[in-house]
Design a protein around this ligand. Structure first.
Ligand code: NI
Length: 139
């Protein structure tokens, strides 16, 4: 970790007011921590845009396992890319619906492509991918 640097930021008064109310709602005790999180978020997004060497993320899927042989199709797709799936968790939400969470890690383009492929499967009711970072290049 580098040396702590203080710097001034010029902001429109209304923008600052909105930011401070956001910080309060989110429970930040000071602006600096909120700004550090915003910067880290922007850096992580940039990593995904510019193909970092390795990315990590989670994929959440909700689907009806009775529909169109969906469980088998989802499993087949996952086996094609088993080496970038760290773990999966399957929850039976009710008689029909399943929730599945996959933790993915590897080449960001492959991770993203696998997430897209699973989300696009016919019968998946909701799919959300959240790309994060392995943390190695982030302070
Ligand atoms: Ni299930």
């Amino acid at each position: 970790m580098g040396q702590l640097i203080r710097f001034g930021v010029s902001l429109d008064e209304d923008l600052l007011e909105s930011f401070e109310s956001l910080c309060a709602r989110k429970g930040y005790s000071n602006r600096s921590e909120a700004i550090r999180d915003l910067i880290r978020g922007a850096l992580v997004n940039d990593e995904w845009r510019h193909d970092a060497k390795e990315g990590a993320g989670t994929l959440t899927l909700v689907y009806d396992h009775h529909r169109n042989d969906l469980s088998r199709r989802l499993t087949n797709i996952q086996h094609d890319d088993y080496d970038i799936i760290v773990t999966t968790m399957h929850v039976h939400l009710d008689h029909h619906n399943c929730l599945e969470v996959l933790v993915l890690k590897g080449d960001p383009a492959r991770v993203r492509a696998l997430a897209d492929r699973l989300i696009a499967c016919r019968g998946v009711k909701h799919g959300v991918f959240s790309g994060t970072t392995t943390g190695q290049d982030l302070v």
